[in-house]
Design a protein around this ligand. Structure first.
Ligand code: DLL
Length: 433
């Protein structure tokens, strides 16, 4: 089933005309309503008059994550706070998180695009879905929830965690769809095995997995463990949350709702369009949002783009799976982590040196662990073992309060972390993603 055939199967000319009309309207709108964009346009010498069609988008300046952080909390909104109905946040590089505000119309849009994604994955009205993405400030839980309501699914809003309870619900309620991070689905498989559940005989037919990178190899593993179709869903809080793009059952790229999220792929070194089919950074402009529209937002995610019509009948362009990042952000248990966030904590604690390394591993069962190796300075290193333990716990607590995930801190001898003459290697990711 195609949720919005009119928009998802447009011919090139029809799509481009809608995109042009919507871009012109959005540029005009943000120019009238957002001080942030008035200033940005003025400093790059563009006015709404310069934008006559979607092809003129390249004349517009980029928006970056730091813009959101620098204007924390509400400086990028295009509407009064009283017209904002919901607020979500995701991690910033340091200090302030990134805040996103949704108007009533934006929540409707979110519901629509996630409903499209659910249909892409093979969901039909009346199906039961177990939503095991976190509910709360993270966009995963509520995004899948709104889309499921729109499509007419029966929702079990489990949120993440409490794995044994999730598995009991699975056995008793028999949902057809699971939505969570791909790594959590593997962790659930491991727990199910321990509980003696035959994972090949359960009711899930479809898994809607995203919020972190995962490979074809991982797809195969999940599909063989759970005997389901594992589909990829992509999104980011700044744009809307989940619902930006989703694979259809052909599994040949993720359909992006480009009538509402206009995609460009650029070479991050030159900031010019990447050659068609070549990997580059995905840049997205929201062309129908009202609360916090973003112009040419640099996602930092690397993809390739495919404009060919898909065998499923949709003409909406497809992005590849996310191939990497142009920055150093990595994702642990669905939580975005920037090394700079951890560095900031370390620098605020007396006794540590700004030499650290982050080691990410995946347990056999699919659970990710983050270990933080920190150099102590000479003075503190002579302290008693008991005191050092206490110190490790203190650092771990501080980091956990910023990241909201448990980490293991290990203090190491002064000068034991390898020095680099160039870019320091902060993250050692040992997961086979
Ligand atoms: O992760 C939104 C989401 C929730 C997407 C549930 C899918 C399912 P953020 O927390 O803002 O939002 O993180 C956004 O996560 O820029 C990517 O780097 C990464 N990411 C999201 N989906 C995928 C995916 C949500 N399917 C950042 N594959 C993005 C790889 C993904 N990376």
């Amino acid at each position: 089933m195609i949720f919005n055939e009119k928009m998802e199967c447009l011919d090139k000319k029809g799509l481009s005309s809608i995109q042009s009309e919507r871009l012109i309207k959005t540029v005009d709108y943000v120019h009238k309503n957002s001080k942030f964009y008035q200033n940005k346009f003025a400093s790059s010498g563009v006015t709404p008059k310069n934008i006559k069609s979607i092809d003129d988008i390249v004349k517009l300046p980029f928006t970056i994550k730091d813009d959101l952080r620098d204007n924390y909390p509400f400086g990028v909104l295009s509407q009064n706070l009283k017209d904002i109905r919901e607020i979500h946040v995701s991690s910033g590089t340091t200090g302030n998180p990134t805040v996103v505000g949704y108007s009533k119309e934006d929540i409707d849009l979110w519901s629509e695009v996630v409903a499209r994604c659910l249909c892409c994955s093979g969901a039909v009205p009346g199906d039961m879905i177990q939503v095991a993405y976190g509910y709360g400030l993270f966009t995963g839980g509520l995004g899948l929830h709104y889309g499921s309501l729109k499509l007419g699914l029966t929702i079990i809003p489990c949120s993440s965690g409490q794995t044994k309870r999730q598995l009991k619900i699975l056995q008793d309620f028999k949902p057809r769809i699971l939505a969570c991070t791909p790594s959590y689905s593997l962790y659930m498989a491991e727990t199910a095995k321990e509980m003696g559940i035959d994972t090949k005989k359960i009711s899930w037919d479809i898994g809607i997995f995203g919020a972190e990178p995962w490979s074809e190899a991982m797809r195969k593993e999940i599909e063989s463990k759970w005997k389901m179709d594992a589909l990829d869903i992509y999104g980011l809080s700044e744009i809307i949350g989940p619902g930006v793009a989703n694979e259809c059952l052909q599994k040949e790229g993720l359909h992006i709702s480009s009538d509402v999220f206009y995609p460009e792929v650029i070479d991050p070194k030159t900031n010019k369009p990447a050659e068609l089919g070549k990997p580059g950074e995905l840049v997205i402009t929201t062309i129908t949002k009202l609360g916090m529209p973003l112009i040419r937002y640099r996602t930092r995610d690397i993809v390739t783009m495919n404009y060919e019509k898909c065998r499923c009948g949709r003409t909406s362009p497809r992005i590849s799976k996310i191939l990497g990042r142009t920055d150093d952000m990595f994702i642990v248990r669905g939580i975005n982590v920037f090394p700079s966030q951890i560095e900031e904590v370390l620098l605020s604690i007396e006794g540590t040196e700004p030499h650290y390394q982050l080691i990410v591993t995946r347990e056999h069962g699919g659970l990710d662990n983050l270990e933080v190796l920190v150099e102590l300075n000479e003075k503190f290193f002579s302290d008693e073992l008991k005191q050092l333990k206490h110190f490790e716990e203190k650092i771990a607590k501080e980091i956990e309060s910023i990241l909201s995930i448990g980490v293991k801190v290990r203090l190491v001898e002064p000068k034991s972390i390898e020095r680099s003459e160039g870019k320091a290697k902060r993250v050692i990711d040992k997961r086979a993603l």
